[in-house]
Write a protein that binds this ligand. Structure first.
Ligand code: HEM
Length: 457
């Protein structure tokens, strides 16, 4: 058959149809209980039911997208905006006026305000803070003591984000408060996402009180940070100055609430995601001593062995980079993303009604055997240029795609590379008996309770 023989009249465009319903729903509860009990396994198995699948969460129908190509189409199409269960659960934290939750012209304006702080050329400005914090992170431990990796990782992640992006110095006490508050808030947010039982969360029980206290303290720290900068009268060329001086669409200063929400929207995703990746990387260094040794050798060959790795070495640390990317593939910090359809639309031949919630899982996409050979094997060398070219488009997008793509991607990769190479050059690790590296599902994904014993090299 030649191309010419297929005339326009021969092309049959099928009507979009309703996506199949995923199996295993329970009357009344739908698929919610499966999503609660085993979210990662449940989302990964949806690919066996179709490219787009309907789920029932209580009375609600949610659409799950299961192929890399369709997640790309979803993220790039103007027919979908930020919305759905993930973002609704985060609204109490992130507000409605910050870059992570706003839509339309407001979102575009906000991205323009924050983008300069994250552009590739701006990252070297953060070099000295990132180096200092990576060295301090690896220098804090005593040989043989037990380290609680989650709190250590939160500490370094929050400190780097706050010191680099908001230029907050002398912030030990604030960093601790932010860490404690964020850990409680994120736990509560996840519960509110998977069990959307609104009135229950208003009851004066200890869990709700703890959550409300943590949320209030988080907002208070942010107010303090803003007030302090204002009263200092200083206007360094940084993200906080950009936010304080930002104008809205009419050229008027943006509201106090918007400034506040913007600071929260940048500090919190920055802290939580990087912290989760640092814990996962410490787990990888423990479980894969062969790769830890290769990272160490690479660092030594780049530095000549006489000094710690520096920001300027990052581009040469290619195996370290591949270990980080492979860790992000198998344990992506952001394991679930949601959107809402603005209008009735079509995706992969299926009809998506206006207002529908859509969900997809970078975890499931990045573990799909159709995209990756030996898909569950930890193999950083799959990211060598000659092999990575075979990875299908959108099958590895841990920072997202399109207009909502993470602005912190270069910032994160620089920081994670410095931390991983610095730590692997100084320590090897052993689990202590109570350590549990199994994935813990919350707003982000990270090892459950990683408790390690550092042993000097
Ligand atoms: C958005 C991942 C670090 C700030 C996102 C999105 C992903 C992501 C997947 C897109 C969400 C969507 O499509 O709905 C990550 C990962 C990180 C990381 C894996 C680290 C390993 C950071 C850092 C910051 C940051 C360090 C800032 C300090 C943001 C913001 C958004 C975002 C503000 C919202 C962007 C928008 O909606 O326009 N992140 N992120 N992230 N991230 Fe990150």
């Amino acid at each position: 058959m030649t191309v010419e023989s297929v005339g326009p009249e021969a092309v049959q465009i099928p009507e979009p149809c309703t996506p199949p319903l995923a199996g295993g729903g329970v009357p009344g509860l739908g698929h919610g209980w499966k999503l609660m009990r085993d979210p990662l396994g449940f989302l990964a198995r949806l690919r066996d039911h179709g490219d787009v699948v309907r789920l029932r969460l209580g009375p609600k129908t949610v659409y799950a997208v299961t192929t890399p190509a369709l997640t790309g189409a979803l993220a790039l199409s103007p027919a979908y905006e930020i919305g759905g269960p993930l973002w609704e659960s985060l609204e109490g934290l992130l507000g409605k006026n910050g870059v992570a939750t706003a839509n339309g012209p407001m979102h575009r304006r906000q991205r323009r305000t924050i983008q300069p702080a994250f552009r590739l050329e701006a990252i070297p400005e953060y070099a000295s803070v990132m180096e200092e914090e990576a060295y301090a992170f690896a220098a804090r431990w005593q040989p043989g003591e037990t380290i609680d990796c989650t709190s250590e990782a939160f500490r370094v992640a929050v400190r780097v984000a706050a010191r680099c992006l908001l230029r907050i110095e002398f912030m030990d006490e604030r960093a601790e408060r932010l860490c404690v508050a964020l850990a409680t808030v994120f736990r509560g947010m996840y519960r509110r996402m998977v069990i959307p039982a609104g009135p229950l969360y208003g009851l004066p029980i200890p869990a709700n009180r703890r959550f409300n206290r943590a949320l209030a303290d988080l907002h208070l720290v942010v107010d303090e940070i803003i007030a302090e900068r204002r009263s200092s009268g200083q206007k360094p060329d940084d993200l906080l100055t950009a936010l304080l001086e930002a104008k809205d669409g009419n050229g008027d200063p943006i509201s106090e609430q918007e400034i506040h929400d913007q600071v929260v929207a940048i500090l919190t995703p920055g802290g939580e995601t990087i912290a989760s990746m640092v814990v996962s990387l410490l787990h990888v260094l423990t479980e894969h001593p062969d790769h830890a040794a290769r990272i160490r050798e690479e660092a030594e060959s780049v530095t000549g062995g006489g000094r710690p790795v520096a920001f300027g070495d990052i581009r040469k640390l290619s195996h370290t980079n591949n270990v980080i990317v492979e860790t992000m593939r198998l344990r992506p910090a952001v394991w679930i993303l949601t959107r809402r359809a603005v209008t009735e639309t079509e995706l992969g031949g299926y009809r998506i009604p206006a207002g529908a919630d859509i969900v997809y899982s970078p975890y499931a996409i990045q573990r799909d055997p159709r995209s990756y050979e030996r898909h569950l094997e930890f193999d950083p060398d799959r990211w060598l240029p000659e092999r990575s070219k075979d990875v299908p488009k959108y099958a590895m997008r841990p920072f997202g795609v399109g207009n909502r793509k993470c602005p912190g991607d270069h910032f994160s990769m620089a920081q994670l590379t410095l931390i991983t190479a610095t730590v692997a050059s100084k320590w090897r690790f052993e689990h202590v008996p109570e350590s549990n590296g199994a994935p813990r599902v919350g707003i982000t994904l990270r090892p459950n309770r990683l408790l390690l014993k550092p042993i000097p090299l």
